[in-house]
Design a protein around this ligand. Structure first.
Ligand code: ZN
Ligand code: ZN
Length: 217
């Protein structure tokens, strides 16, 4: 447990923002409400969740009669999963903060300066893009359970018993990319994250070729 406490302290999750959930098998998971602070206009829970939920879905947790939503960090009894989850989440939070503070340093997201009587207030505009689930499904089928970037099988089984993969728009929707099969590839969560952090040219070129080859004529 001591080793688990270190990253949690490092993340400085505020008291009350973390929560634990138990699934039907008795496994305990650490979740976070998304409540973050940064002492900077625009860095707050609502904006963070709006941004975050473009990429990851929230987990619904029953709490008595209430249903609360949380971000899944990791399985408490699996140290590696928990620590990886914490590191990933911390990076996400940092990435978001950077996105708000200095959007020009990142090539994603739309940030505007508000002028509603509050000079210099910046806010994130959460833009939701329409995604056709059938095309995402097609991209997953074409990948046949294997990540299009690293070639490895998805890390766990999805609810249909298939290796879990996520779908990624090679040219991001926020940059005008299309929601079509020649722009969508299935990736493992690690590679997906890599594309969003780095989006390096070599990887992108490779995925572009793969996506283009998926085009149905
Ligand atoms: Zn991969
Ligand atoms: Zn993506």
């Amino acid at each position: 447990m001591a080793e688990i406490n270190i990253p949690i302290d490092g993340i400085n999750l505020s008291i009350g923002a973390g929560m634990f959930a138990v699934d039907e098998k008795g496994s305990i998971f650490l979740l976070h409400s998304g409540r973050i602070g940064g002492g900077y206009p625009g860095i707050n829970k609502a904006n963070f969740l709006a941004w975050y939920s473009q990429y990851e879905s929230m987990i619904e947790v029953e709490n008595g009669t209430k249903v609360e939503k949380g971000i899944l960090i990791g399985n408490v009894s699996q140290k590696e999963d928990l620590i990886n989850g914490l590191i990933r989440y911390l990076r996400d939070v940092e990435y978001f903060k950077q996105l708000v503070r200095d959007p020009s340093s990142l090539n994603e997201g739309k940030v505007i300066r508000g002028h509603k009587g509050k000079p210099n207030k910046r806010e994130i505009v959460a833009t939701t893009y329409e995604r056709n689930p059938k095309i995402a499904e097609l991209a997953k089928r074409m990948a046949n359970g294997k990540c299009r970037l690293c070639g490895k099988k998805g890390p766990f089984k999805d609810n249909l018993g298939r290796p879990f993969l996520e779908t990624h728009h090679v040219k991001w929707l926020s940059n005008g990319g299309k929601d079509s099969i020649d722009n969508i590839v299935a990736l493992c969560p690690n590679c997906h994250r890599k594309m969003h952090y780095l989006d390096n040219k070599q990887d992108r070129d490779r995925l572009t070729r793969i996506a283009t080859s998926q085009r149905i004529s």
